[in-house]
Design a protein around this ligand. Structure first.
Ligand code: NAP
Length: 250
């Protein structure tokens, strides 16, 4: 049984991704800073006949990341797939964007990916197989997002991380790809303080070519595909999954 580890998997896209991998027969390691939500995802999977386990993992902590990866490897062997999903999208106008706020977002949205991937690479290389999938954003690959400059920058940085790592790990049998979601109905998007809010999310459907904003499952299924054998020759790419948002005229 292949093991997948997902960060920020208690809610939103991460939660749906955990459930989608379980349906494909993976052993699912659900990690998050949201303990109750993460445990609930694990219960849901296990009650449905799948295999899942929760670990508290704050992706800003090198020690936490190293310990979780070591524990998972001890119990289950090499991790096959890592989904670097944890992220925040804080709205901060530039005149209020302190060094601390910039660094905090980068520590989660970009550096946090590297911290989780790094300790897993030894055993993934030995297994000579594996897949890493990192969450970017339409705001990192297509659009600029006002009052979210640090977010746009970090998500653009994910593209560089994916390309560099894909090259470095290709001969070790490890694929590295990204997904850049458009507008997806999650707590992040529905935040009135930091993002579109409910009304904005409802309006967005009208200018997206497919006529609706995305659901977490729309992203999860593409992530599962990227990890699969069907995507065996696909590496170094960041795939936009946005209902046509990026190619639409409005
Ligand atoms: P979400 O619903 O807010 O879920 C993100 C999860 O990550 C939450 O459980 C969150 O906990 C957790 N998290 C925050 N800081 C963390 C840390 N230091 N360590 C570990 N986990 C942490 O977000 P989502 O919408 O599903 O987004 C998932 C990913 O897709 C993110 O990288 C996001 O930027 C990206 N994305 C989303 C959209 C969208 O429209 N939703 C669009 C483009 C890209 P808290 O709730 O406590 O913060």
């Amino acid at each position: 049984m292949k093991t997948v580890l997902i960060t920020g998997a208690g809610i939103g896209i991460g939660r749906s991704t955990a459930i989608a991998f379980s349906k494909k027969g993976y052993n699912v390691i659900v990690t998050d800073i949201l303990k109750d939500e993460g445990e609930a995802v694990v219960s849901e999977i296990n009650e449905d006949g799948g295999a899942a386990k929760f670990y508290y993992l704050d992706v800003t902590s090198t020690e936490n990341a190293n310990n979780v990866i070591a524990s998972v490897e001890k119990e289950f062997g090499a991790i096959h797939t890592i989904v670097c999903n944890a992220g925040i999208a804080h709205k901060v106008p530039l005149d209020q964007l302190t060094d601390e706020k910039w660094d905090y977002l980068f520590d989660i949205d970009l550096k946090g990916m590297f911290k989780v991937i790094r300790p897993a690479l030894g055993s993934m290389k030995s297994a000579n197989t594996g897949s890493i999938i990192c969450l970017s954003s339409c705001m990192g690959v297509m659009y600029g997002w006002d009052e979210h400059v640090h977010y746009s920058s970090a998500k653009a940085g994910v593209v560089g991380l994916v390309r560099g790592l894909a090259n470095e790990l290709a001969r070790d049998g490890i694929k590295v790809n990204g997904v850049a979601p458009g507008y997806i109905r999650t707590a992040q998007l529905l935040s009135e303080e930091h993002s579109l809010g409910k009304e904005g999310a409802d309006k967005a459907g009208s200018f997206i070519p497919m006529g609706r904003i995305g659901e977490p499952d729309d992203i999860a299924d593409v992530i599962v595909f990227l990890a699969s054998h069907e995507a065996r020759y696909l590496t170094g790419q960041v795939i936009s999954v946005d209902g046509g948002l990026g190619v639409g005229r409005y």
